[in-house]
Design a protein around this ligand. Structure first.
Ligand SMILES: Cc1cc2nc3c(=O)[nH]c(=O)nc-3n(C[C@H](O)[C@H](O)[C@H](O)COP(=O)(O)OP(=O)(O)OC[C@H]3O[C@@H](n4cnc5c(N)ncnc54)[C@H](O)[C@@H]3O)c2cc1C
Length: 397
């Protein structure tokens, strides 16, 4: 029997994970990536919960462990660098995960695991799609027109493929916080802990270790939707300078490094909400379909879980319509649970006044105390069980 052909758009996390499982289940897979080469940028990301089980099944868990950033957990500090609360790494919920890795390292591992059996095309993108019921005709920016049985968008929150497939159906919902990431030189006092500092005016600075002898930092601040993400790099640097000039703690050090930094990235933190993830011979997966925001710590894990389930259901059903329906049915409650940010997020984590910060710090002090940890484990343990029952990760053969 002729192999079913599938075109996947996007070679970051969701795309190569989907390609891995599709080729294992006997599909003929092509991945197209707009960038000229694998994009290796980005900071610390987590592989959590069922995603860890999936990378185990892929035989990649050890490689991910070897590339671990070594982060020990998160410490909240005040302006005098005194530790207010320490949260050692754990495998669910907030903070450092057991499998913590730089995004670029994970993208590389996934690409290496698939490049022998998947056809990768870099430096091209889909410009037109025609679903002809028995196949999809695809027009590319550079290459010749081709046909595929199915086309799947795995090309992130700003996917243009998605618009070709679903028009303006998916909504990008801004959650009220901007975040800027940059890599800075490591200094001796940087440890293997991540640090979180709240400055008055709803501003947060994070410092995190990596495995490359540099230090990863981020600035986040509450703001109305201001279009900062569309500005030039020089303009974005100016916005960050203005916002954090008087923030205290390690702001002067990071702002000095900002001048020279080439990997500064400023974006509005948003969720993707889509009423459906499949249509005819089209589907979407990962951030393109259901970005939950980095604030959930689950963006990468959700991409891995979604890609595994989509590939698995396609292997179970000869009819793609049945597979797509099963993918939506199985995954949607889990996605909704993750996208449902706790009340007060992101405002609670970005208190405006000194009083608010004091209150936040008191809560952290209590939450990180040994007794509170023991009590909260009882509750988190219970919650995790409920979540696991809900997703019920199928084992596909
Ligand atoms: C360079 C980069 C850096 C990142 N850094 C961080 C970070 O520091 N922290 C964090 O929490 N998350 C970061 N992310 C997002 C994170 O990777 C995702 O939230 C999560 O892993 C889900 O991944 P995804 O594969 O669904 O989407 P993404 O990781 O967003 O990947 C989408 C891929 O599709 C490609 N693409 C986009 N448009 C097209 C098109 N039209 N045709 C073909 N290809 C296209 C992109 O180049 C990219 O490779 C980053 C993403 C990228 C691409």
């Amino acid at each position: 029997m002729k192999k079913r052909t599938i075109l996947v758009s996007g070679a970051s996390i969701a795309g190569p994970t989907l390609a891995f499982w599709l080729q294992r289940f006997g599909f003929d897979v092509t991945v197209i990536e707009r960038a000229d080469e694998l994009r290796l940028g980005g900071q610390n990301i987590d592989v959590r919960e069922e995603a860890q089980q999936i990378v185990q099944l892929m035989g990649l868990e050890n490689k991910i462990r070897q590339a671990n950033t070594g982060e020990l957990g998160v410490r909240f500090v005040n302006k005098n660098n005194q530790i207010i609360g320490s949260f050692p790494k754990r495998n669910s919920g907030f903070g450092t995960a057991e499998l913590e890795i730089l995004r670029g390292d994970l993208a590389k591992i996934l690409h290496e695991a698939t490049s022998d059996n998947v056809d990768y095309i870099f430096g091209d993108q889909i410009t037109a799609l025609a679903d002809k019921e028995d196949m999809v005709t695809v027009t590319f920016k550079n290459g010749p027109q081709r046909s595929f049985d199915l086309v799947i968008a795995a090309d992130g929150i700003r996917s243009t493929t998605l618009t070709l497939m679903f028009g303006n159906e998916p909504v990008i919902k801004y959650i009220g916080v901007y975040c800027s990431y940059l890599t800075i030189p490591r200094i001796e006092s940087d440890t293997k802990w991540a640090y979180w500092y709240n400055a008055p005016g709803s501003r947060v600075i994070n410092i995190r270790p990596d495995n490359e002898d540099t230090t990863r930092t981020s600035f986040s601040f509450l703001s109305p939707d201001s279009g900062y993400e569309k500005l030039s790099l020089a303009e974005q640097k100016e916005i960050i300078r203005q916002k954090f000039a008087d923030a205290g703690w390690q702001a002067p050090r990071i702002l000095t490094a900002l001048e020279e930094s080439k990997d500064v990235y400023l974006d509005r933190i948003s969720q993707v909400k889509a009423p459906r993830w499949t249509k005819g011979r089209y589907a979407m997966v990962g951030d393109a379909a259901y970005c939950p925001t980095p604030m959930t710590g689950m963006g990468t894990s959700l991409s891995i879980i979604g890609a595994y389930i989509l590939a698995g259901e396609l292997s179970r059903h000869n009819c793609h319509k049945e597979a797509f329906a099963a993918y939506e049915k199985l995954l949607r409650p889990y996605v909704e649970e993750i996208q449902n940010l706790p009340p007060g997020v992101p405002w609670i984590a970005h208190p405006k006044t000194k009083f608010g910060i004091g209150l936040f710090n008191t809560v952290l002090r209590v939450a990180s105390s040994k007794i509170a940890n023991k009590v909260s484990k009882l509750f988190t343990g219970k919650k995790e069980k409920i979540k696991k029952d809900r997703i019920q990760l199928p084992i596909y053969k």
